[in-house]
Design a protein around this ligand. Structure first.
Ligand code: ATP
Length: 351
C-alpha cells in the first residue's frame, strides 16, 4: 500500500535525516515507526504525506508513484501531535473541514461529520469549540477529521504524546480498536516502545536515518537483529556483555555458557539476555555472572536487581518476596534458550 524506495533526505545545512531508506507497508496494516530522538521518524512520515521533499528516492501509494504529488493529491490523512484543530470552528466544522475543501455539499458533509462523530463518541460535543474540550476529546476530533474523507491511509505523528499517562492507555486501546474496525492502512510515529509493541502489526526500528529492523512486535522483542535494537527495546535494558567462543562454549564475564551451533573457537561475540530471563542464585554457579547486589528497584510486582561484578553490571528481575539483600554475593544465571548471541553486530543465534 505504501512503498518507499531509496529515500534520502538531506536538509539544508547537511543533516542527513533519511539515508537511502526502503520500506513497505501492507494494505490494512497498523505500522509503527519507532526509534530514538532524531533518527528520522517524523521526516519519513512527512515525506510520505508530501510535506517534505526528498533529496532522492521514490514513494508509491496504492501502486502509483506520488513522489512529485502535492499533499492534497496523495489521498492520505495526517494527524499531528498537537492535533492542529481550528480554534474558531466548532467540532462539526472541524471534522467536516477536509470535505469542505473538496467542495462536498454542506448537507452531505454535515451528515458525514455526524456519522463519524457518533463512531468516536463525539455526538454530544459537536457544537463545542476545541478550547472547550479535554486533550483526549481533541485527539478524537482530530481522528474524526482524518476519517471523514475516507483516505487510503492514515499517518499519525506521536498521536498519544499530549495525553496524560492514564488517558494515554485509554486512547491507545481506543485507537487499536478503531484501526481494527476500519482496517485502513496506518503508519504512526512514536518514540515510546510500549506503544509500538502494544498497537502495531509490524514495527520498523530506525537508527540514524536507516531501518535497523522491521518485524512483528514478537520478532522485535524476542529476536532483535542488532545490539542497537536489543538495547532499545524492552522495559528494562537487555544485559549485553562481550564474550568469546572456546571449546564449544561461550566465556562471558567469568561464566561458561552454552554456545549456538557453528561458532569457531576464538570468535568474539556480544552476549545478550533480558533481565526478565535472568535468574538469581545465592550459591555459586559456573553458568552465572558473579557479583555483589548493588541496587534494588521496585517494579511493582517484581524487583529489578543490579549485580556489580568484576568489570560488569548485570540486571535480573526477581519475583516479589525473593529480593536478595544489598551487598550480598549472588550469581545471575541466564535461562537456557533465552540468550541472544551477536557476531559482527548481527544476531548469530540463541543459546
Ligand atoms: P523526534 O523523535 O525527536 O521527533 P525524529 O526521529 O522524528 O525525532 P526527525 O525530526 O525526522 O527525527 O529529524 C531527523 C534529523 O533531521 C535530525 O537530526 C533533525 O535535527 C534533522 N532535521 C529535521 N528537520 C529539519 C529541518 N527542517 N532542517 C534541518 N534539519 C532538520
Amino acid at each position: 500500500m505504501i512503498s518507499v524506495q531509496g529515500l534520502t533526505k538531506v536538509f539544508p545545512g547537511g543533516a542527513r535525516a533519511l539515508d537511502s531508506l526502503d520500506l513497505d507497508v501492507g494494505e490494512g496494516e497498523f505500522f509503527a515507526l519507532l526509534g530514538p530522538s532524531g533518527c528520522g521518524k517524523t521526516t519519513l512520515l512527512r515525506s510520505i504525506a508530501g510535506l517534505e521533499t526528498p533529496t532522492s528516492g521514490r514513494i508509491a501509494i496504492g501502486g502509483s508513484d506520488v513522489t512529485a504529488l502535492p499533499p492534497g493529491r496523495r489521498d492520505v490523512a495526517m494527524v499531528f501531535q498537537d492535533y492542529a484543530l481550528f480554534p474558531h470552528m466548532d467540532v462539526t466544522a472541524n471534522i467536516a473541514y477536509p470535505l469542505r475543501i473538496k467542495k462536498t455539499p454542506r448537507a452531505r458533509r454535515e451528515a458525514r461529520a455526524a456519522e463519524v462523530a457518533a463512531r468516536l463518541s463525539l455526538t454530544e460535543l459537536l457544537g463545542r469549540r476545541p478550547g472547550q474540550l479535554s486533550g483526549g476529546q481533541q485527539q478524537r476530533v482530530a481522528l474524526a477529521r482524518a476519517i471523514a474523507c475516507r483516505p487510503r491511509a492514515f499517518l499519525f505523528d506521536e498521536p498519544l504524546s499530549n495525553l496524560d499517562a492514564r488517558l494515554r492507555l485509554e486512547a491507545r486501546t481506543f485507537l487499536k480498536r478503531l484501526q481494527d474496525e476500519l482496517g485502513v492502512t496506518t503508519v504512526f510515529v512514536t518514540h515510546d516502545q510500549s506503544e509500538a509493541l502494544a498497537l502495531a502489526h509490524r514495527i520498523a526500528v530506525m537508527d540514524a536515518g536507516r531501518i535497523a529492523q522491521v518485524g512483528t512486535p514478537a520478532e522485535i522483542f524476542h529476536r532483535p537483529a542488532t545490539t542497537f535494537v536489543a538495547s532499545f527495546i524492552g522495559a528494562t535494558p537487555m544485559n549485553l556483555l562481550p564474550g568469546e567462543a572456546g571449546g564449544g562454549a561461550l566465556h562471558v564475564a567469568g561464566a561458561v555458557l552454552p554456545a549456538p551451533e557453528g561458532l569457531p573457537d576464538g570468535e568474539r561475540v556480544v552476549y545478550g539476555v533480558r533481565p526478565e530471563y535472568t535468574d538469581l542464585s545465592a550459591t555459586r554457579r559456573d553458568d552465572g555472572f558473579a557479583g555483589e547486589v548493588a541496587v534494588l528497584e521496585n517494579l511493582g510486582t517484581a524487583t529489578l536487581v543490579t549485580l556489580e561484578g568484576a568489570g560488569h553490571l548485570v540486571q535480573a528481575v526477581v519475583p516479589e518476596g525473593h529480593e536478595p539483600a544489598v551487598g550480598a554475593a549472588a550469581w545471575a544465571v541466564p535461562r537456557r534458550g533465552r540468550a541472544l548471541v551477536y557476531r559482527d553486530d548481527r544476531l548469530a543465534g540463541q543459546a
